[in-house]
Design a protein around this ligand. Structure first.
Ligand SMILES: O=C1O[C@H](COP(=O)(O)O)[C@@H](O)[C@H](O)[C@H]1O
Length: 234
């Protein structure tokens, strides 16, 4: 099933996505939930809205946070994806540090990729060896990348390990990224896309004829349960 939702503002798109997560958790009240977060700029509004409007209604003790991708920088670097979530959300809510697993961006990328893949494979339920997250929250770059799978590394969409090393082709910085199978097999693969600048790439990604062109379009068209939360205004 493909679910596309357009909203009047990034705040409303974020509210809808958080509500969706909380409703899914309500439907299965006995179960912990695994949620993989993205970084970049888009989730800042999501984190702020979650903390400001929904913190009191969220059963944090049932949530385990993971990361979709990380830039290979320390957690206090302004580019750190963990750093963003920590500043805007985790440090402000009642969640024990045992409930989030950051990617160690300051580690040796190849070693940390193995280590994080192993953490994910042992703590997230797997089906046929693929970790199945409850929610994977994704963004889309203007070049059609998602996670940190850039268009020149489409091989990362079909590799066996849940995480891989990639390089940002524009500034050559190293990243660690979730690969194709866990992105596709998540119970909910949610794209949060905001801003006028994402309008034209989003149109291409939703186009079935272009499903193999961009990493984001491949994930959108192959995911078991893709959902879009978009607000194409800034
Ligand atoms: O570099 C990244 O890019 C995408 C999109 O970023 P945004 O700044 O346009 O929101 C993001 O989803 C990914 O997690 C991030 O590392």
């Amino acid at each position: 099933m493909i679910d596309r939702n357009l909203y009047a503002s990034p705040v409303q798109a974020s509210q809808a996505l958080i509500t969706h997560i909380l409703e899914a958790m309500d439907e299965e009240p006995e179960r912990p939930f695994t949620i993989a977060l993205s970084g970049g700029t888009t989730p800042a509004t999501l984190f702020e809205v979650w903390e400001r409007e929904y913190a009191a209604y969220t059963p944090w003790f049932r949530i385990y946070f993971y990361w979709v991708d990380e830039r290979c920088v320390p957690p206090d670097d302004e580019l750190s994806n963990f750093g963003l979530a920590n500043r805007l959300l985790l440090s402000k809510i009642e969640i024990p540090s045992s409930h989030y697993y950051r990617i160690v961006g300051e580690g040796v990328p190849e070693e940390e990729t193995k280590q994080y893949s192993s953490i994910v494979k042992t703590t997230v339920p797997t089906v046929d060896g693929v970790p199945v997250f409850d929610f994977v929250l994704l963004g889309i770059g203007e070049d059609g990348h998602t996670s940190s799978i850039f268009p020149d590394r489409q091989d990362l969409l079909t590799v066996g390990e849940p995480y891989g090393v990639s390089v940002n082709p524009y500034n050559k910085t190293v990243r660690i990224c979730m690969t194709g199978f866990p992105l596709i097999e998540a119970r909910h693969t949610c794209f949060l896309v905001t801003g006028e600048n994402k309008c034209s790439i989003l149109k291409e990604i939703l186009d079935k004829n272009k499903e193999e062109v961009y990493p984001a379009s491949y994930i959108w068209h192959h995911a078991r349960n893709p959902q879009l939360y978009a607000s194409l205004v800034s």
